[in-house]
Write a protein that binds this ligand. Structure first.
Ligand SMILES: Cc1ncc(COP(=O)(O)O)c(C=O)c1O
Length: 377
């Protein structure tokens, strides 16, 4: 049986993270405490926003941000079918992007992606706006910012809130601003495969004081005072254990990202003349931080490429094989979209290892095996 020698992801946990966690464990405060506060302060500073609110995951960050922005309700009342808020988003993402809109009591409205960057196509947004639309939620897919100027322009014109799903794009930059500071609210994930981790965890960033206050309240069961609740909140808190890992990781984020970018540039150059694949297309005004390095298979069958790569020791991922509207959950809700670029891309993408700990030998091996695959398949 073949064995994966070069894995698709490799979280880097070193002595600093371990020492910081041990300090927290010995402190007696292991739930949300001073480390979470310190982490929020440092993350907000990094991104350039006034506020950051840490949560238990990227999913709960999105759920909280949507509720804070007025999508769905926080009153606990059932929402009538005719009054459901709509949120425009991309179907080419992890399911959490759509699911969190449902969690909040909203309806995801899916718009097709750009066929080069695979991010939400701003030119298709306006035709999807109705009198129920409350927000636009672009995803900064694979670590690459969407066309935020266009998206913000449409949002402003139509009085909509912009929530970045920045789960994959810590440290990415659009024009001269960091991802996380490009809309009204943004949400990051710190799942272990991400560009930085807290174990499980997430964070919301915003410059809006009202959103920040409400998000903090939603995170803690809607408490106005100790044991007094006037809205429907949740327990979406991050622990000090996670925050201690996050503080150590944040210091290394730029270094991790530089390695990812150098790896991607190396692969771009070496894979350029392989006719069966298309290398990632970078937007003109952005710093792409390559959470994923995703190629498009343009010859033969993707499954055969996956099998060939895996048999030769190269780990792969498919991000994402099924458009969100085609998930059974969504079929059961009555979705029957068929968006051309999304369908095409979902059937052909393949992610290669790009994580910061790859060696030059690893990268050369990936190139060698891809060349072989291209000759054979
Ligand atoms: C685009 C996107 N949105 C949301 C999430 C959810 O984050 P988490 O796994 O931390 O809940 C992820 C994580 O995989 C993601 O990639």
């Amino acid at each position: 049986m073949s064995q994966i020698k070069i894995s698709i992801a490799n979280p880097i946990i070193e002595d600093e993270e371990i020492e910081e966690v041990v300090k927290v464990l010995k402190s007696g405060m292991i739930a949300q405490g001073p480390k979470v506060e310190e982490f929020e302060k440092e993350f907000a500073e990094y991104v350039g926003t006034k506020y950051a609110i840490a949560t238990s995951s990227g999913t709960t960050a999105l759920h909280t941000a949507l509720l804070s922005a007025g999508v769905g309700n926080i009153t606990g009342e059932l929402i009538e079918k005719d009054n459901i808020d709509e949120v425009i988003t991309t179907p080419f993402s992890f399911a959490a992007t759509g699911n969190t809109i449902l969690h909040a009591g909203g309806k995801p409205v899916f718009v097709d992606i750009d066929k080069e960057t695979y991010n939400l196509d701003p030119s298709k947004i306006e035709e999807a706006i109705t009198d129920k639309t409350k927000a636009i939620m672009p995803v900064q897919l694979y670590g690459q910012p969407a066309e935020m100027d266009e998206i913000n322009k449409i949002a402003k014109k139509n009085d909509l809130v912009v929530i970045e799903d920045a789960a994959q794009a810590h440290g990415a930059i659009y024009k001269d601003r960091y991802v996380g500071n490009l809309g009204d609210l943004a949400c990051f994930s710190f799942y272990p495969t991400k560009n930085m981790t807290t174990g499980e965890g997430g964070i919301i960033t915003t410059n809006n004081e009202d959103y920040a206050k409400l998000a903090r309240k939603i995170r803690a069961h809607g408490e106005s005072k100790r044991y007094e609740h006037d809205i429907l909140g949740y327990n979406f808190r991050l622990t000090d254990i996670g925050a201690a890992i996050g503080l150590a990781q944040l210091k290394k984020l730029d270094g991790f990202n530089s390695n990812r970018i150098a790896n991607a540039e190396y692969l771009n150059e070496k894979l350029a003349d392989i006719d069966g694949i298309k290398t990632p297309v970078k937007g003109k005004d952005s710093k792409h931080v390559y959470h994923q390095y995703t190629i498009k298979i343009e010859k033969g069958n993707r499954d055969d490429w996956v099998e060939f790569l895996n048999e030769n020791g190269i780990g792969t991922g498919i991000h994402y094989p099924i458009p969100i509207y085609k998930q059974i959950l969504y079929k059961n809700l009555g979705y029957n979209d068929k968006l051309t670029n999304t369908e095409d891309v979902a059937s052909k993408v393949l992610s290669l290892p790009i994580h910061p700990s790859l060696t030059k030998e690893d990268l050369d091996e990936i190139v060698r095996v891809l060349k072989l695959a291209n000759d054979k398949l």
